[in-house]
Design a protein around this ligand. Structure first.
Ligand SMILES: [Zn+2]
Length: 135
C-alpha cells in the first residue's frame, strides 16, 4: 500500500485542485516565475507574494528513468519516473503512463493524466500528448 500524501497548509490547495482534475502551481506576483513545490517565498526573487494559477497540464519530458524493482511490494513495474518541464516553466516529478518505457524520451510532449488515485488523493501522472482513445 502506497502512502497517501500528507497535505500541509502550503500544499492543501494543490490537492484540493487535483481532486477536481485541475493542475495548479504557484506563480510569483512580483517576477512572474512559476515554481514547484509550493514554498513560502519565490525561489527566484524571494517575494512572498504569489498565487495559485492553473496550468495547461502540458509540457515535455526533462528526464526519464525506468524503474524495474518495485520500491514497495505490489507496485507494478516497470514504470517511468520522470521530471516534466511544464509549458509555464515549472517542473514536476511524476510518472509517465500509457507509454512503453523505451518510448518515454527526453523532449517528448506530454499531458496530464488523472487516472491514478492513492487513498482519497488524485495523483497527476503524464502521458504522451497524442495518447487517449486508442489505449
Ligand atoms: Zn519572484
Amino acid at each position: 500500500m502506497l502512502a497517501e500524501p500528507s497535505p500541509t497548509w502550503l500544499t492543501q490547495p494543490y490537492w484540493d485542485a487535483t481532486a477536481k482534475h485541475t493542475l495548479i502551481r504557484p506563480k510569483c506576483s512580483s517576477c512572474g516565475t512559476s515554481f514547484f513545490s509550493p514554498q513560502i517565498a519565490c525561489p527566484k526573487c524571494t517575494s512572498e507574494q504569489w498565487t495559485w494559477e492553473q496550468s495547461s497540464g502540458r509540457g515535455e519530458i526533462l528526464s526519464a528513468a525506468t524503474v524495474y524493482k518495485p520500491p514497495h511490494p505490489g507496485i507494478a513495474v516497470p514504470y517511468v519516473f520522470s521530471a516534466v518541464r511544464m509549458d509555464e516553466g515549472w517542473n514536476i516529478l511524476t510518472n509517465i503512463v500509457n507509454c512503453k518505457p523505451e518510448e518515454a524520451k527526453i523532449g517528448m510532449r506530454v499531458k496530464v493524466n488523472w487516472d491514478r488515485k492513492i487513498g482519497n488523493f488524485v495523483i497527476p501522472c503524464f502521458e504522451p500528448e497524442q495518447a487517449g482513445g486508442s489505449k
